[in-house]
Design a protein around this ligand. Structure first.
Ligand code: HEM
Length: 199
């Protein structure tokens, strides 16, 4: 009982983003290990598989970045979308235009969509490490690994601006539970893509 109260108290003192992170830490760690064990930076062919995963995931979330209701809550959200950078990366590697993929998230309410967008935005923070790995196989922010680049104003600052905006939103506890569901669904989607594409 007292343990439950302690946990409750701890999450109440956390920010919304810290709570989302706490609820998805485990699935993130598994995903990170699963991706790295698939050797995505072992060669450009392996990296091309990683790009396919990213391409589908960012095609999934791109319609969310374009939503008017989400942009009203998070001004500038549309400019954060990395789908075009990914398509450019695919072109760099293959020399042909990538086909347009359908997004697969279905109809989401605002809070669920925020959870998905949290996962996509957070992945750009972790991308600093992935970019360093990509550089070892001759890729860069200008060739093949454009979608892993940080924002020109600074990767950390760009993330902190997003975090501050999400933390400031007037969401109810029920909304926040939906956001957490959305974030978990987004991670499940990426896990499934990694399993399909790398196996
Ligand atoms: C091998 C693959 C990956 C590695 C090594 C990795 C690593 C990291 C690292 C080191 C951070 C923390 C960065 C910091 O605090 O400065 C981070 C954050 C994050 N990553 Fe990943 N990541 C990987 C893949 C992914 C993928 C594919 C997704 C989702 C599509 C993802 C979602 C996130 C999220 C949401 C955060 C932000 C957590 C928060 O602070 O709220 N990551 N990642």
């Amino acid at each position: 009982m007292s343990l439950i109260m302690d946990i409750d108290q701890k999450t109440k003192n956390q920010t919304r983003i810290q709570r989302l992170k706490g609820l998805t830490d485990g699935t993130h760690r598994q995903l990170d290990q699963r991706i790295m064990s698939a050797d995505p930076f072992g060669s450009r062919d392996r990296y091309a598989l990683f790009l396919q995963v990213q391409h589908q995931f960012h095609a999934d979330v791109a319609p969310l970045y374009a939503r008017a209701d989400l942009n009203a809550l998070l001004p500038g959200l549309a400019d954060r979308c990395r789908l075009e950078a990914l398509r450019h990366d695919l072109f760099d590697l293959r020399g042909v235009e990538a086909g347009r993929l359908q997004g697969g998230v279905g109809t989401l309410d605002v809070a669920q969509a925020l959870g998905w967008v949290y996962v996509a935005e957070g992945s750009n923070l972790g991308a600093a490490f992935l970019l360093k790995e990509a550089e070892k196989i001759g890729l860069s922010e200008e060739f093949g690994a454009r979608h892993l680049a940080g924002h020109p104003a600074g990767r950390g600052l760009h993330w902190r601006n997003f975090v501050a905006a999400v933390n400031a939103l007037p969401l109810s506890e029920a909304d926040e539970r939906l956001a957490a569901e959305g974030a978990k669904a987004a991670f499940r989607r990426v896990h499934a893509l990694v399993d399909d594409i790398f196996s």
